[in-house]
Design a protein around this ligand. Sequence first.
Ligand SMILES: [Zn+2]
Length: 999
Amino acid sequence: MNRFILAAILSLALCVAASAQAQKTKTNQNSTKPSQPAAAKSTQPMDTEYTDSIIKNTTDKMFLTELVDHLPASATVPSPAKILGYPIGTPGKLTYTADIYRYFEALAKASPRVKIFYAPEKSEEGRQQMLIVVSDEANIAKLSRYKEITAKLADPRTLNDDAAKQLISEGKAFYWASGSIHSPETGSCEMLMELAYRLAVEDSPTINAIRQNDIVMITPALEVDGHDAMVDLYNYRSANKGKRAPGLIYWGKYVAHDNNRDGLGMALALSRNQMATFLEYHPTILHDLHESVPFLYTSTGTGPYNAWLDPIVVDEWQTLAYYEIEEMTKRGVPGVWTHGFYDGWAPNYMFYVANGHNSIGRFYETFGNGGADTQDRVVRAESNRDWFRPNPPLPRVKWSIRNNINMQESAILLAMNYVANNKDKYLSNFYLKSERSVAKAKTEGPAAYVLPSSETRPVEQAELLNLLKLQGVEVQRLNKDIETKDGKFGAGSYVVRMDQPYSRMADMLLDTQYYNVNDPRPYDDTGWTLGPLHNVKTVRVKDIAILDAPMTLTNGNITPQGKTEGQGMAGIVVNHTGESAIAQLRFRLPDVKFTAAEAPFKIGDKNFNAGSYIIRAEGNSSDVWDKVKREVFALGLTATAVDKVPDVATHAISVPRIALVHTWINTQDEGWYRVELDRLGIPYTYISDQSIGKMTNLRDKFDVIIFGPVRTSAQNIVRGNASYGDKEAPIPWKKSDLTPNFAMAPDQTDDIRGGLGLRGIANIKDFVDAGGLFITVADNASLPIDFAITSGVTVQDAKQLQARGSVLNTVFADRRSPIAYGYDDKLTVYFNQSPILNVAAGGFGGGGGFGGGDNAGNTGRPSGRGTTAADDPDIPQGRTPDYLIPPTPPDPAAAALQPPPETRPRIVLRFAPEKELLASGMLAGGSELAGKPAVVDVPVGKGHVVMFANNPIWRHETHGSFSLLWNAILNYDNLNAGRSTGRGNRPDAGEEFYEQMDH
Ligand SMILES: [Zn+2]
C-alpha cells in the first residue's frame, strides 16, 4: 500500500516538474519556430475558411507543419468541406463510410487525377471496400501500363536486367495508404479525404513530385463494418455525456483488433481484399495507419525481426522511419520516434501482404482520442527520453483530432515525397528482392517444401495449399515418383518451390520458429508453423535435385477428390481422418442415422480409425447411399459401401444442438469460433452469458454449450461489466436512432452490465447434471473449477513457464476417448501461456499425485543432488534409496475409498515431455507444462465438462486441432466410450501414454 502511495506522490511530482518544463519548451518553440524547409509553400489561391479551421483546431503550432497548415482552393474540385459540410478535423465530427465514399465519388468525378475502384469482395456485413487512386492525370491515363510494369518487376524469371532497368526508369512507385483497420482509431478515415484532395489540387514542389512519380492508392477505412459502428458509438457517447457508454464491442462481424492478425489465415474479407489488391498493383509501399501511442510512432521495431525477410526490407523500414523523424523534428514537431514499440517478428499482420511479398509494409501509431473530441491527455512512459526517442512527446498535452490528422498527413506526405524522389531506387530494390527470392532455392535454401501424395488428410492438405495460393504462391505437382536426399515422394505430391517470387512468404508460413526468451517480450504470437498446426505433413527439402524433377504448375484451387468404393448394400463406411470435413458430413445429413466405431477396424487390408462412421442401410431411407455419395464427393472424402457391417462396437452420432456463449466483456477470441462454425456450416445458437444466467432450462434447448475464450478470471466472467446499482442508467449495445449500424452486430442487449452471474453457474451445473456437455477453452477452465462444477482438476500458476503464443507438441493419453477419434498418436497445438491444468491422483483434491506433478517428469523436484535426468536420482543420505524399495501392491480397501473410476477426470491429450514439447516459437520453463493435460474430460452427473488448455480454434491457423472440438461435440452423449475401468489411484489415462513417457 505504502509503496503505491509513495509511487503516486513521486509520479505527481515528476508530472508537475515535467509539465513546467513542457510549458517552457512550448514558449520557446512558439517563439523560435524553426525556419520551415523552403519552397514547400504553394502560390495558388487558398481556401481561407478551411485553412482557418485547420489553424483553429490545432491546439498548438508545434503540431502543425507547412505541408498541412493550409488548403488550396479549387474552382472545379470540391474540398471535403464542400461535400461533407465541415472541414476535416472539426471537433465532434466523424464521417460515416457512405459519406466518405460520397466525397471520393465527387472528387473522382471532378478531377482527372482521381479514380475509384472497389475491392473484389464485399465485407462480411455486405459493404463495399473502396480503393482510390490519385496521381498525375497522365499517370492515371496509363494506369494499366504502370500496373504491368510492377507486375513484371515482381517476377524476374521473365526479365533480364536491361529490360528491368528500362521498366524501372519508366515505372512509378505505388504508395498505398490504408486507413483504420482498427475501428476505434478514427483519424485516418478523415485524414485520407483531405490528403486525396490535396494530392489532386495542390500545386507545390512537394505535391507535384508525388503526383509525378508516385501513384497514391488510398483505402479510406479498411474495417468498413467496424468504422460505421464506431461512428455510431461516438455519436451515442456525444449524446450521453456524463453517462457510462459501452466500448466498441463488435468491430467486424467476427473479430475486433485481431482483424490485423489475419495475415496468415486470411479468414476475413478485408485480408483477402488487401492480398488481391496487392497482387494486382504490386505497390512499392503499403502504409497501415494506426493510432495508440503519442505522438507519432513510425514503424521499425525492437526485434527480433522476422528471420525470413530479405534484410533489404528491414533497412528500408529504418531509412523511411528515420527520414520522417528527421524531417518532422526539423519542423519543430515533438514526439516523432521509432523502435521501442512492437517487435517485427510475426507475419500475421495485414501489412504482410507487402512485407511478405518483397514490398515494404510499414505503419504509424499516432495519438488518437478514440473519437473527435479535444481532450487534456497525460502521456506516461512515452514522454521519457530514450536513445530511440531523443525528442519525446510532452508529458501533458491538449490534444485534438486535428493534431492527429496533422501528424499523420505531414509525415505521410514526407514519406510519399521521399519515395517519389527515390522511386528508381525503390523499384530497383523491389526487383532485387524479387530476384533474390527466386535465387533463394539455391542460395540460402531450402529448395522446396513437399506436401506428399501419401497424406492421409487430403482435404486439410488442399486447404493449406489453397491458402498458399491465396498468398500468391505457386504450387506444382510431381509428374512421377522421385527420390531426394530428404525423402522419396510419390507422383502427385505437391511441391512449393523456393525459386519463385513469393518463396519467402511460403517459407515463413511453413518453416519452424525459434524465439529466444531473452529477446524483448514478444508483441504477439511467437510461433505459427502451419503444416503441424494444420496436422498436415510438410517436408522441408534442402536437396536442390527436387528442382529438376518433372512437375506441373497447378491452376486454380486444389480440390480434393471425393471417392466411393465397394458395391455392398449393408452399409457405408467413412474413415475418420481427423479432418473437419468428417464433422461437416454429419451436419449436412441431419436426417441420416450415423454411428461411430469405438475402435479401429479393417475392411480387407484397409485400416479404419476409431470414430469412423458406419451408416447402416437398416434404419435409413433407401436413398441414403445417394445422399452420402453426394456429400462425400462435395467434401473430398472417401466412402466405402460394404456388404457386411464391420464387427466393432458403435454408438449413435446425433446432431447436437450447440450454443456458443459470449460475454459482453470481450467478443474477440470467440469470434474465431464463429468464423469456423459458419464456414463449415455447423449450426449453433449465439448467446450471451447474461442470457445463460436467465435460462433455467438450458438442457431443454441445448446439448452442447461452448463457452468462448475470454482471457479473464472466472470471477470477472461471473461479475461481468461492473454495475453501480439502480441509480445508474442501463448501458445498451443496441440498435437505436443514434446507433443504426448496431443492427448488424451478432448480438444486442439493453444493458451490458452484469455477467454470467451465480445463477448462470447454477444453470450450467444443472445443464451438465442433466446430460449436457459444457466446453471451456483456455483460461475459462477456471469457471467449472473455481465454482466447483468439477472435481479433481485444478489450475496451477506458472512460475517459470514462458510459452507466449507458441506451437507445442502433445501426445494422446487416451486414444479410446471419442475426442481422439481420427488422430494419430501425436498432435501439434497452439498454446498461449495458460492455463496449466492439473489432474489430481484419484480424481479428487488438489495437487498432483506423481512427485508434485501428475506424471510430468521433473516438475516440482526439490533442490538436491544430480541432474534432472530420471536415471540420475537424488538420494536422501543415510537410508536406502527410494527406487530400491519394492512397490507396495495396491490395497483393495484403500482403492474402495477412491472415487469410482467412471467419475474421474479422463485425460485425453497431454503436453509432450519437456524435450519434445516445443514445436515452434518460444518455450522456457517447459517442465511446468510437460506432461500436463491439454484436453480433460470430466464426467459430472449425467453429462461432461471438457476443458481445453490449448486453444483449438485460433485465428484460422489451427485446423489440425479443430476435430478435437468437433469430436467432443458430436460424441457429447457418448464421451465415456472406451473408458478403462479401475486403474488404482492414477488419473484415468490410457496406457499408451505411460509407454510414451517412459522412454
Ligand atoms: Zn491499431
